[in-house]
Ligand binder design. Sequence first.
Ligand SMILES: Nc1ncnc2c1ncn2[C@@H]1O[C@H](COP(=O)(O)OP(=O)(O)OP(=O)(O)O)[C@@H](O)[C@H]1O
Ligand SMILES: O=P(O)(O)OC[C@H]1O[C@H](OP(=O)(O)OP(=O)(O)O)[C@H](O)[C@@H]1O
Ligand SMILES: [Mg+2]
Length: 283
Amino acid sequence: MLRIAIQAKGRLNEESVELLAEAGVSIEESKRKLLTRCDDFPLEVLYLRDDDIPQAVSMGVADVGIVGLNEVEEKGFDVKIAHKLGFGKCRISLAIPKADAYDGIGYFNGKRVATSYPVILSRFFKGNGINAEIHEIAGSVEIAPSVGMADAIFDIVSSGGTLVTNGLKEVEKVLFSEAVMISNQSLSEEKRQILSQLLFRIESVERSRGMKYVLLNLPHEKIDEAIRILPGMKSPTILPLAQEGWSSIHVVINERELWSKIEQLKTIGAEDILVLSLEKMIL
Ligand SMILES: Nc1ncnc2c1ncn2[C@@H]1O[C@H](COP(=O)(O)OP(=O)(O)OP(=O)(O)O)[C@@H](O)[C@H]1O
Ligand SMILES: O=P(O)(O)OC[C@H]1O[C@H](OP(=O)(O)OP(=O)(O)O)[C@H](O)[C@@H]1O
Ligand SMILES: [Mg+2]
């Protein structure tokens, strides 16, 4: 049995639960306690505050965890980053009052900077030879300059909307973060195997993201041209249709290229085109 810690509530909770469900590991909402066993996979789910996940994993209270890279860096516990998960993307940035002129990082010398990430910030300042005063606050960091609590801030930015609302501008992007799967450094062989099974499932889900399954009908003599339009992809499946002289082609296409490929296929005579979502790609 592997024990995974995920955020109890907040920004990463929903997507963590969803990812596990897509990997065939379902947690019944009705059964939800702080520690829940999954029915269909040897996994126990422990719900924690995100701040506590790195320590729980490093101590072995949980074997693995889903948490923002920012928390892993800030807390500094010895854990392994087993997989980047691609959601909860944000950055931690330095921001200053909009009206201030910014002429480089020397701006911060002698300034008071409010943040919930003092470790990452002091490492950054140290690395850049900046001597600033760091004020640790737990939340509502963006309000600090306008109430005179600080001259600048160091906090999470995603759309940048919160900064604009508070009359601030982003001047240095210090850390790019996303949700990551962390693991304890010394998992037993059995737990390591469950984790690699879980990661295999997660990778199959990730691979299918943005991919579409396309079916279309085409005259036999156009098949070579169709294959040329679809280079770089695994060879398409070609099945004869009951109608003489026609085939059905099945192919997986990246959503980004979908319309341009379909337009090209139509010009060579493709008909009856069906585009389906792909749930999983297991290689
Ligand atoms: N605006 C955002 N856009 C994208 N990701 C974000 C954003 N804000 C935070 N995150 C990511 O989501 C994580 C959790 O954010 P959340 O605001 O839920 O944390 P919290 O308030 O500290 O929660 P908790 O109650 O668990 O301590 C952050 O550590 C960060 O990795
Ligand atoms: O650049 P933006 O898209 O505006 O996002 C950034 C904001 O998002 C987070 O706060 P959240 O909304 O989670 O509220 P919180 O202060 O309760 O954490 C973070 O602390 C920033 O304040
Ligand atoms: Mg927190």
